[in-house]
Write a new protein. Sequence first.
Length: 423
Amino acid sequence: MDMISQLPDDLILKIFSLLPSAKDVVVTMVLSKRWQFLWMFMPRLVYDDSYDHDIDYRKFSQFVDRSLIFQKAPVLETLHFKLGQTCGSGDIHVWFRAADKCCVRELIIDISSRRKTQITLPRSLYSEGYRNVVTLELSNAILVDVSSPISFPSLKDLSLESMIYQGGDEFVKSLLSNCPVLEYLFVKQCSYDNVTIFTVKVPSLKNLILYTSYDRVEDDAHGFVIDAPSLEWLDLVDNTGGFCIIEDNMPNMVDAYISASYSFPGKILSCITSVERLDLCLLTSKDAYPVGSIFCRLVSLRICTCETEWLNLLMRVLQDSPKLRALKLEPYHIRRANQPRPYWSEPSSVPECLLSNLETLEWDDYEGKKEEKEVAAFILRSGCCLKKVTIKPKSTSRGKKLEMIKKLSFSPRSSPFCRLSFN
Ligand SMILES: *[C@@H]1O[C@H](CO)[C@@H](O)[C@H](O)[C@H]1NC(C)=O
């Protein structure tokens, strides 16, 4: 303790910042006279009520009230609330008002998903004190509508998990388009979010993650509209049968993960032809993207083998990706029980990537079914540059596994350096 006492104030505050929650910091008041006032300058405050002990809640709430009222730091790097089931909207209103004298950089309001009633976040979230937030993470709460446009001129990272938007579609559209420097957006929808079309129109956006709710009933009225020409990274998971409209080409796209049950994925893939790494799980192959799109920089492709169409999708993308070096086939969803097997027909011409670039093939949960054997044999036979083929058979009996291995090992290979291994 003595050694720490010798340190300058700002270093001690840094050490305090490493303590897990604000309570631990205030406890330090009793440790040293000098520290009695130091905690009021804490740049990082974490209030954690996620234990859900009713008895403690009053104490917790009083503690937050007081420590925020006495807070003297001009800039709060982090203000983080982890709230459980007891907390009410009124408490948050009071705390927000107390904290808005500080300039908050990172604001996290993480509310338990086990609550029965949703907390409404106060309007003061849009006020001066929070105007300079750089990072904003909200979960399981209601965002109120206001008539005047909201703006977050410094906001770079925004995370909206299971939020309800009182103002519906228009509010979401306006909120996001008033974040002029936003670079990272994470949205995880809930089925009762009061939004039909979720519009992301953000010219500065680089990373976008959009997950729809799994418990939403399938309906094709719901969807996304994306207008983000600077996007480099897209992660889109939508199994609700809705739609996604991309308004503009995204020429800087590097990584894309798309798992969607749209009958017409339409322009998504043709707007991201610059991707270098692509992960796909789609219901359709024919309508996956328009004829003529070429993925000229694609080096790494992963295709999910849960849908019947995966094999046709694979052959299409192989034909249109001349630089492809690494291919991975893997079921990242569970195949539906009544799903018909995919159908394989050998293409009339060997895709260029197989003749000149493809080096690795990795296949997880290989079952040795007829069409699987045919594709594997085709790739081994045509892949002139193959170096490593790794097959992980789906766990069946030992005898069956051995037979699968034997069959593939005797397949002709065009690359003399190709190493075939079974895991
Ligand atoms: C849903 O959004 C509309 C505006 O689109 C609004 O009028 C309505 O009050 C919202 N409903 C809820 C429950 O927030």
